[in-house]
Design a protein around this ligand. Sequence first.
Ligand code: ADP
Length: 345
Amino acid sequence: MFPIPQTPGNVAVSNIKVYARTRPLLQQEREQGATSIVTLIPSDKKVIVEDKAEKSFKFENVFGEKASQEELYQSAVAPLVRKVLDGQNATVLAYGQTGSGKTYTIGTDPCSTKDDEGILRRAMSSLLNGKVSEGNLPPCQEDAHISISFLEVYNEVIYDLLASSRVPLKTKVEFGGAISAVGLIEKEVTNVADGLHLIEKGCRLRSVASTALNRHSSRSHALIYLIAQNGNTRGCLILVDLAGAEGVGRAQTSGQHLTEGIHINQGLLTLGRVLSSLSNPSHTYVPYRESILTRLLKESLEGSRHTAMIACLNPANCNMHETINTLRYAEQAQNVRMKPQVLST
Ligand code: ADP
């Protein structure tokens, strides 16, 4: 759908940039006596769990509970927005267990305040204004606009969240096994408020799918496409709020999801396998075709030159296993290295 430019000789070299972010303990967690087991060492860009050296993970950058949305945006996303303004494609993946801060970070939480606003509003603003700094924005050019698409993958089916009702979309197979959603709505907006309004409506459509909203949204992936057209160049930023990662680590290492009956999201499992294949220097097979999510993201992951993953952490002690699993998954994503002519079937 959005072709990724190839490097000379088809040798894509760089990796996915991975960031870790921990949220503060919530009031309710404090009241229940939870303590934080996550320590950050910003100078070393390290996350340490339970102060144990063997549970230490190094990333591109790390953000503590006091880090602002703006700080995270400038470090992890602004460089990608610059690429999009140059007509390239980029992807931001928010990964973590349910309740770890993915929605807050992407910025689709309807309760967020102005200061709290996440990547979505900041990226729209930068794309509309043609620059990445938030300070002293010039007035929009009269014809400045971006186009937005918003879809959800739930139970391996794609739903268009900008449609008037929740109808599944058909898919079309693209080159190499990637897919695109047929008839996906693309709406033009000329200002941030209209863009946020569209996404808010989409989130409402997502929520009517289930009375248990948390259960539904924690099992579905939400993909927002922000498309910037500038003359002949067209760049796209995809913001992905991934399904809750609970259980994925265990299932990947031991196949426990079958024996224990844990519900694991097919997209996250396959994404993990894809990342694992791509981080293995001798890989010849990458299982993109095994989930809708990885087929939608194939071009982005394959190029992986402009992909950021934000590993969101819930610091409470009772979540230690999930936190470690999230950090391991993120570490694996960080090891992704592309080699020429990847065979993907
Ligand atoms: P997820 O999308 O991963 O399920 P949410 O984004 O809904 O998680 O976050 C869970 C709760 O934690 C929400 O109440 C949210 O406002 C709060 N939260 C998440 N990240 C932060 C943060 N960095 N600072 C303050 N509160 C946060």
